[in-house]
Design a protein around this ligand. Structure first.
Ligand SMILES: Nc1ncnc2c1ncn2[C@@H]1O[C@H](COP(=O)(O)OP(=O)(O)OP(=O)(O)O)[C@@H](O)[C@H]1O
Length: 877
C-alpha cells in the first residue's frame, strides 16, 4: 500500500476513531442529561406532591380557622347583642315575668317581647321600641298576639313614671275584655276605654292632640317631645298609648287619621299598639307576627326567627296596676326646689321689681311671678295642707337666690301656731340664717301686737323712703335708686301668714292695723315695699273684702287647690287644680289671667338648707342674723341688749331706769320706767300671778342694781306672801346692800322709810323698797299710813316703791280708798287684771284695752306713754 493509501487509511481511521470517540462522548453526555432530567422530573413530581399536600393542609387549617373565627364572631356578636339589649331594655323593660316589678326610668327604653333565635346558645332578647320611638303592630295568631300586647303594655307602664303614661283602649269585639287585666288603672284615670262606635272620635281626638302639642308645646323649638325632654329634663305631657284591638276594616276617613297618627304621633308622644287592623309598613312601625313556638317574626329582625315570651301572669299585672294607680292617685312626684334656682346667685337688680319663677306651667314653661309697681302686693289662699307654706318657701328661695340682700329684704310673720318661718333664723341645730331676712316672728297668734309693730315699722320705713323720694324729686324706687346709687334701698317683702288673726276683733288694734295696711298697700307700691298676705281661711280673705280699696291693691292673687274667694267670682279654676299646683293671677283674679303652675317641693329641710347655707356663706360682711321673735319663748334678761348697756354711774344725778320685760316690737327692746326724783315715780305690779310678779320684780331689782356701784343704792325687800319667799330671797342675794323683811318686822322698815320720806332733804343715795304682796301689809292703819306717806313723798327724796298688789282695787285701798288719787303710782304693770279695772290708773276717758293672757303684762308709764304697751316678763335672769 502506498504510503499515501496507508496515510489515507490512517487518516480515515483516525477520523473514524475520532468520530467514534465523539459519538461516545455525545452518547455519554446524552445519557447523563437523560439521567439528570429523569432525576429532575422525579424531584418535580415529589415537589408537586409535597406542595399539593401543603396546600391541602393549609386549606384545612384555614378552614378550621375560619370556622373558629365565625364561631367566635357569632358568640361575640350574640354577647354584644345581648349586652346591648340589656342596656336598651333595663329593669322592667326586660326582666322576666317571675321577677318583675315596675321600675320607672328616666328615658323610654325598648321593650322585650321574646328572644331572637340565633344559631348560638346566647340568649338575645327581641326588643321593640315604643315610647318616644314609634308604634307596634301585632298580627298573626290571635291568642299569642294578645299576650304580646299585654306584655308590651305592662312593660311600657312599668318603665314610665306613674302618671306619665296614659292608656286609651279600643276593643269593640271584647268591649275592653282584651284589656280587662289592666282595669284597676281606670279609676285613677290612667286607662280609659273608647266605646265600639267611638273609633273615629278617638282618632280625631288623638290627631287633635298631636296638633296641639306641635303648636303649643314643641312650638317650633323642638322636633319632638323626646328632644324637649332631653334638653329641658322635663316632660310636660304624658305619653298616650292607644291600644286598638280587633277591628277589621277602617273607613277611609279613619284610615287617613290612622296614617296621620302613624306618621306624626310618636314625636308628640302618641303611640299606637295595634292588633287586628291592617297597617302598611312605614318608618317607626314594628310588626310582630305572632306564632306559637319558634316561628314568630319581627320586622326589625328580618328573617331571623323569634320565640315570643308568654304574657305577664295575672298576679303580676294586678299588683303593678294597683301600685301605679295608687301612685297616680297620690299625685305627681314633687319637683325639686333646684329647678327654681339660677345658675349664678345674686345677679339681678331689684330696681324695677322682683321677678322669679314659681314653677312650671303644664306645658313645661317656667311661670314667672313679679312684684313691682304693678302688681305690688300678693294675696295667697289655700285650705290647710294644700301647700301654702311650701309655696311661700319656694317663692322666697327663688327670690333670695336671684337678688342679693342689698336688693331684697324679708320681714316674716306667722300667726299660725308652729314655727314655719323659724328655719330662716339661726337655731340650736343650725346656726345659719337666710341673709335677706331682717325679722322673723313665729307663734305670734296671741301676740297681735307684734303684727302691729311690724306694720308700724314698715310705715316708718315708708315715710323714710317717701322723704328721700321728695328730696331727690322722684316718684318711685327705680328713680330713687338711679338718683341715689350709693343709697341702700332694697325692696322689702313682708310676708304675713294667716294675716286675718291681725285683723280679727273689733278693737283699736285691728283698726290701727287695717289703717296701716291700707296706707302701706297704697303707697308702698312705688316705694318698693311689698306685702304678701296669706290665709287658709275664707274668713281671712273676707276680712279684707269689706275694704275694697285695700283689696284692689293686692292685684297678684295666688290660689292653691280649692282656695275660695280669692279670684274673681266667676273664676272657679282653683277648684280643679291638682295637688302641688297653684293658680297665679296677676290681674286681680280675672279668668283670662289664670296661669297654672306646678310648685316644686321647698319644704324638704335638707334641700332648703343646702340653698340657705350657700346664700349664708355668701352674705355681705357684717350682716347679722335676723331678729327672731318667738311668742312661745320666754325671753331672758341677760340677752336683752338694753340690759347689756346698763353700767354703774358714779354721782347722784342720773335717774335710774327699771327694766320690766321685753316689748313686743320689731327691735328687741326692754320696757322701762325711769325713777326720777319726782312725785309719783313708784311702780305698781297688779294681779295675782305670783310667778310673773316675782319675775318682774326680779328684773326691776337686778336692772336697777346694774346702774349703781356696790354701795350706790339701798334695796329693801319686804315679802308678805309665803309663795313669793324663795323669789324674794333669791333676789336679795343678787342685790348689793339688800335688807330682807317679813311680816313680823315690816313695821320697822316702813316706819324708817316713812320718816326718811318726810325728811326735808333727799337722801344721798336712792332707796328702793320692793314689796311682795303689798296688800297683805300687817299692822293696821298706822302702817298703812306710813306706806301712803312713802308712796306720796318718797320719790322726791329718792325713796321709790316697787310694789306688787294682788289686785287693782287692793292698790286703791292702799292709796286711801275709792275716792283717793292715784297719782302716786306713776307707772304700773298689769297681769291678770282686766282693762276696765285699770281705768283709775289710766288718764283720759275710758280704760285701756287689756284681756289678760299668760306670761304677758300691760305696762303704762304716765310720764312718757300715750297708750299702754304689752310686755313679756323676762324669765331667767
Ligand atoms: N309642691 C309640693 N311638692 C311636694 N310636696 C308639697 C308641695 N307642697 C306642699 N307639699 C307638702 O304637703 C304638705 C302640706 O304643705 P304645707 O305645709 O305647705 O301646706 P299649708 O297649706 O301651708 O298647710 P298648713 O296651712 O296647714 O300649714 C307638706 O308636707 C309639704 O311638704
Amino acid at each position: 500500500m502506498s504510503e499515501s493509501t496507508t496515510q489515507q487509511v490512517m487518516d480515515i481511521r483516525a477520523g473514524l476513531s475520532h468520530a467514534l470517540g465523539a459519538a461516545e462522548n455525545a452518547l455519554a453526555a446524552a445519557q447523563s442529561d437523560y439521567e439528570t432530567a429523569i432525576e429532575r422530573r422525579e424531584r418535580v413530581v415529589q415537589a408537586a406532591i409535597a406542595r399539593r399536600q401543603n396546600v391541602a393542609e393549609a386549606r384545612d387549617q384555614r378552614m378550621r380557622e375560619i370556622d373558629e373565627q365565625s364561631r367566635d364572631d357569632l358568640a361575640a356578636f350574640a354577647e354584644a347583642a345581648a349586652r346591648a339589649a340589656d342596656r336598651a331594655a333595663p329593669g322592667a323593660a326586660g326582666d322576666p315575668w317571675d321577677d318583675w316589678q315596675p321600675s320607672p326610668l328616666d328615658t323610654a327604653p325598648e321593650l322585650r317581647v321574646g328572644r331572637l333565635l340565633l344559631p348560638h346558645p346566647e340568649e338575645v332578647p327581641a326588643l321593640v321600641p315604643l315610647l318616644d320611638h314609634g308604634h307596634v303592630v301585632v298580627r298573626g295568631d290571635r291568642a299569642v298576639g294578645d299576650e304580646v300586647v299585654a306584655g308590651v303594655l305592662l312593660r311600657a307602664l312599668g318603665t314610665a313614671a306613674p302618671g306619665s303614661l296614659s292608656l286609651i283602649g279600643y276593643d269593640p269585639e271584647h268591649l275592653g275584655g282584651g284589656l280587662a287585666r289592666f282595669a284597676t288603672l281606670a279609676p285613677a284615670g290612667v286607662l280609659r276605654f273608647a266605646g265600639p262606635g267611638e273609633l273615629s272620635a278617638l282618632l280625631d281626638e288623638l290627631v287633635d292632640h298631636v296638633r296641639r302639642i306641635n303648636e303649643t308645646v314643641l312650638a317650633g323649638e323642638y322636633t319632638s317631645l323626646r328632644e324637649l325632654a332631653a334638653a329641658t329634663h322635663r316632660r310636660p305631657e304624658p305619653w298616650r298609648v292607644a291600644v286598638l284591638l280587633g277591628v277589621s276594616e277602617l273607613n277611609r276617613a279613619d284610615q287617613t287619621q290612622l296614617q296621620r297618627l302613624l306618621r306624626t304621633g310618636a314625636a308628640a308622644g302618641v303611640h299606637l299598639l295595634i292588633q287586628g287592623i291592617p297597617v302598611q309598613a312605614g318608618p317607626g312601625i314594628e310588626f310582630i307576627t305572632a306564632q306559637p313556638g319558634d316561628n314568630a317574626r319581627m320586622s326589625s329582625a328580618g328573617a331571623l326567627p323569634v320565640r315570643l315570651d308568654g304574657g305577664p301572669p295575672q298576679a303580676v299585672v294586678a299588683a303593678a296596676c294597683r301600685r301605679i294607680a295608687e301612685a297616680v292617685a297620690a299625685g305627681p312626684a314633687p319637683v325639686a326646689l333646684d329647678s327654681l334656682l339660677p345658675a349664678e346667685i345674686w345677679q339681678e337688680s331689684s330696681a324695677a321689681g322682683l321677678s322669679a319663677p314659681l314653677g312650671d306651667s303644664p306645658q313645661g314653661v317656667p311661670v314667672t311671678v313679679t312684684l313691682s309697681d304693678y302688681p305690688p302686693h300678693a294675696l295667697i289662699a289655700g285650705p290647710s295642707g294644700t301647700g301654702k307654706t311650701n309655696l311661700i318657701y319656694a317663692w322666697m328661695g327663688a327670690l333670695a337666690a336671684r337678688y342679693s340682700p342689698d336688693e331684697l329684704a324679708f320681714y316674716l310673720l306667722d300667726f299660725k301656731e308652729g314655727v314655719s318661718f323659724a328655719r330662716f333664723a339661726p337655731g340650736r341645730r343650725d346656726p345659719s340664717w337666710l341673709p335677706h331676712v331682717q325679722l322673723v316672728g313665729v307663734n305670734v297668734n296671741t301676740d297681735r301686737e307684734f303684727g302691729l309693730a311690724l306694720l308700724r315699722f314698715l310705715g316708718e320705713e315708708l315715710r323714710r323712703r317717701a322723704d328721700a323720694a321728695k328730696r331727690y324729686e322722684v316718684t318711685n324706687l327705680a328713680e330713687l335708686r338711679a338718683e341715689d346709687p350709693a343709697g341702700h334701698w332694697p325692696r322689702i317683702v313682708a310676708v304675713v301668714d294667716e294675716f286675718q288673726v291681725l285683723l280679727s276683733g273689733r278693737d283699736s288694734l285691728a283698726t290701727e292695723a287695717v289703717d296701716l295696711l291700707e296706707d302701706l298697700a297704697r303707697r308702698g307700691r312705688s316705694q318698693g315695699i311689698h306685702l304678701i298676705l296669706a290665709s287658709q281661711d275664707v274668713s281671712g280673705i273676707e276680712a279684707l273684702w269689706g275694704r275694697p280699696a285695700l283689696v284692689a291693691q293686692f292685684s297678684l292673687r295666688i290660689a292653691l287647690p280649692r282656695a275660695r274667694r280669692i279670684l274673681a267670682e266667676t273664676n272657679t279654676a282653683a277648684e280643679s287644680l291638682p295637688r302641688y299646683h297653684a293658680l297665679v293671677n296677676a290681674d286681680s283674679g280675672a279668668t283670662e289671667a289664670n296661669k297654672v303652675v306646678r310648685v316644686p317641693a321647698a319644704g324638704d329641710r335638707d334641700r332648703w338648707n343646702a340653698l340657705q347655707h350657700r346664700l349664708w356663706r355668701s352674705r355681705p360682711e357684717g350682716q347679722g342674723p335676723p331678729r327672731l321673735f318667738d311668742g312661745d319663748v320666754i325671753p331672758r334678761l341677760s340677752e336683752s341688749p338694753d340690759f347689756g348697756r346698763l353700767a354703774p354711774v358714779e354721782g347722784t344725778s342720773a335717774a335710774p331706769m327699771v327694766l320690766l320685760g321685753e316689748t313686743i316690737d320689731v327691735a328687741s327692746r326692754s320696757a322701762r320706767t325711769v325713777l326720777r326724783r319726782a312725785p309719783g315715780r313708784n311702780l305698781a305690779i297688779l294681779g295675782t300671778r305670783t310667778e310673773e310678779a316675782c319675775a318682774i320684780l326680779a328684773t326691776a331689782g337686778v336692772s336697777l342694781a346694774a346702774q349703781f356701784p356696790p354701795d350706790g343704792a339701798r334695796f329693801s325687800i319686804l315679802c308678805l306672801d309665803q309663795d313669793a319667799r324663795p323669789a324674794a330671797e333669791a333676789l336679795c342675794e343678787r342685790l348689793p346692800d339688800c335688807g330682807l323683811f317679813w311680816a313680823d318686822n315690816a313695821d320697822w322698815l316702813l316706819e324708817d322709810a316713812a320718816s326718811e320720806a318726810s325728811a326735808s332733804w333727799p337722801a344721798d343715795r336712792p332707796h328702793f323698797l320692793m314689796i311682795y304682796a303689798a296688800d297683805a301689809l300687817p299692822g293696821g292703819k298706822a302702817v298703812a299710813d306710813q306706806l301712803r306717806t312713802i308712796l306720796r313723798q318718797g320719790p322726791e327724796r329718792r325713796i321709790h316703791v316697787l310694789g306688787w298688789w294682788r289686785g287693782a282695787g287692793l292698790l286703791r285701798d292702799a292709796l286711801g280708798g275709792h275716792a283717793s288719787r292715784t297719782d302716786p303710782i306713776g307707772a304700773w304693770v298689769a297681769l291678770d287684771v282686766h282693762g276696765s279695772e285699770l281705768a283709775a290708773y289710766y288718764p283720759g276717758a275710758g280704760a285701756p284695752v287689756w284681756y289678760p293672757r299668760p306670761w304677758r303684762a300691760l305696762h303704762f308709764d304716765r310720764s312718757v306713754h300715750r297708750g299702754t304697751e304689752v310686755i313679756i316678763p323676762y324669765g331667767q335672769l
